[in-house]
Design a binder for this molecule. Structure first.
Ligand SMILES: [Zn+2]
Length: 465
């Protein structure tokens, strides 16, 4: 049997791993690659295998860097099942629909410029129609209930504690009388995240395929993130500026809403309008409520008393669905907080907000999540004075601030515990979904425990299991 690393290999974006077992092909994840535009287009459009020769897809969770290229896979001819945990499947369907919309409108926007310049037009990577077709291929699975995606493979989704419905995937494989267990971590969450349960650590595996995003550092405590958020927001609002926060619509957005609510209640920041400008974020509360099976005990109790809903909505908060309402925000000059997709600022409504405020030194772009190299988000984070938005170059006057610690990813300690949990049985640990620093950091941490069975495979590399 063979494992090929076709995405999130020595980087954190575009997760994709291909398994060949008993002559069948199984794809783990089909994430959207984000990075240098040309490279991203090339990576996302061209698969390194024939999509119609795949037998099944397994998806660990809904985040776009794990699921976002599925509609393109389907557009390219894949018609087999996409197995996902029940809540995760629902969440992914909503997110892909949103992503299709973003792809279409981004292409339209770019095409307007290209048409003006008399250049050939581009086609969106995929459309909402492709996303809808993808939704029809989902096979919804429950936590802890094994199923057989291809002959000789028994798959089980277990809790990853990362976002709603997130999973690690256990693969019990039998090929020519040989039995092995491959444990795929998905994205590993954190202990004590609000609402969702804690991650399940692996107990036994011959091979571990695991993420190492934050292998190089322990996380700052959530309290510190809270104070940093307070300081940046307070300073900007007192200057009369806008706070623009690019955020993934699911997970991070809810945490921010929760924190801003607390800060306003405590009188720690001025009470100004807060907008969650993402059609996708609007549906999430309902989705959360429909999947209480994924909740931890505390959240289940909160639901009973309906405190949970209150935490995701308050007086000054408006969820925005329509483009008109979104654009209307650009006409307003009063101080406000705008939380808007997408997370790395490559596409989405957040770009319009940035474009309209790029010359305002009183406003701020507040970065609260990891930015892949070469994305607009990373360029801003690196303090570049000239930035390209929709293909046009702007002089940046808006300030950029960063708050760390709002992470749904495990830090170095939990990652170390995760790998050490299988040290008695494991032959090899493959580190994926991390850059050089993350992998090196985790390897150093594991070396302190005399554990050195790790590989950090490059893109396109394959191994025999
Ligand atoms: Zn994730």
């Amino acid at each position: 049997m063979q494992l090929r690393f076709l995405g999130a290999a020595q980087t954190v974006t575009g997760s994709q791993h291909l398994l060949e077992i008993n002559g069948h092909r199984l794809l783990l994840e089909c994430g959207l690659y984000q990075g240098r535009r040309k490279e991203a287009i090339e990576r996302n459009r061209n698969f390194r295998f024939e999509p119609n020769e795949l037998d099944a897809v397994l998806l660990s969770h809904a985040h776009i860097d794990h699921s976002g290229n599925l509609p393109n896979l389907v557009k390219s001819g894949y018609r087999g099942p996409i197995h996902a945990q029940r809540a995760s499947a629902h969440l992914t369907e909503i997110m892909l629909q949103d992503s299709g919309h973003i792809q279409e409108s981004n292409a339209r926007h770019v095409n307007r410029r290209l048409a003006r310049q008399g250049k050939p037009l581009i086609e969106p990577l995929y459309t909402q129609e492709d996303a809808a077709q993808t939704a029809g291929l989902f096979v919804k699975q429950n936590y802890d209930q094994p199923f057989e995606p291809i002959p000789g493979v028994q798959a089980t989704f277990v809790e990853a504690g990362h976002i709603l419905g997130s999973t690690a995937i256990i693969l019990d494989i039998e090929e020519k009388g040989r039995k092995i267990r491959l444990w795929f971590s998905g994205d590993i969450g954190r202990v004590n995240l609000p609402i969702i349960r804690d991650p399940v650590l692996p107990d036994r595996a011959d091979y571990l395929l695991m993420e190492c995003t934050y292998g190089d550092r322990p996380h700052r405590p959530p309290e510190q993130a809270y104070t940093e958020l307070r300081d940046v927001v307070k300073d900007t609002l007192n200057r009369g500026g806008k706070v623009i926060i690019p955020a993934f619509a699911v997970g991070r957005t809810q945490e921010l809403v929760y924190s801003l609510h607390k800060l306003m209640d405590a009188g720690d920041i001025p009470a100004v309008p807060v907008f969650v400008d993402s059609p996708l974020a609007v549906n999430v509360t309902d989705l959360f409520r429909a999947h209480t099976e994924c909740f931890d005990q505390e959240a289940q109790n909160m639901i009973k008393n309906d405190i949970h809903l209150a935490a995701l909505g308050f007086d000054h908060l408006t969820y925005i669905r329509s483009v008109e309402e979104s654009k209307a925000l650009n006409e307003r000059k009063d101080p406000m907080i705008i939380i808007s997709a997408s997370g790395m600022m490559e596409v989405g409504r957040v770009l319009h907000h940035l474009e309209h405020n790029i010359h305002d030194p009183n406003s701020v772009v507040l970065i609260v999540s990891w930015m892949a190299p070469h994305t607009l988000g990373r360029r801003l984070q690196d303090g570049e004075d000239q930035v390209k938005i929709f293909g046009e170059v702007f002089e940046r006057k808006i300030r950029v601030a960063r708050v760390e610690g709002f992470s749904a990813h495990a830090g170095r300690e939990l990652l170390t515990d995760y790998a050490l949990a299988v040290q008695d049985s494991v032959k090899q640990v493959f580190l994926v979904h991390g850059d050089e620093r993350g992998a090196t950091g985790l390897r150093e941490s594991l070396a302190l425990h005399n554990f050195d069975k790790t590989q950090f495979p490059p893109w396109g590399h394959s191994v025999e299991l």
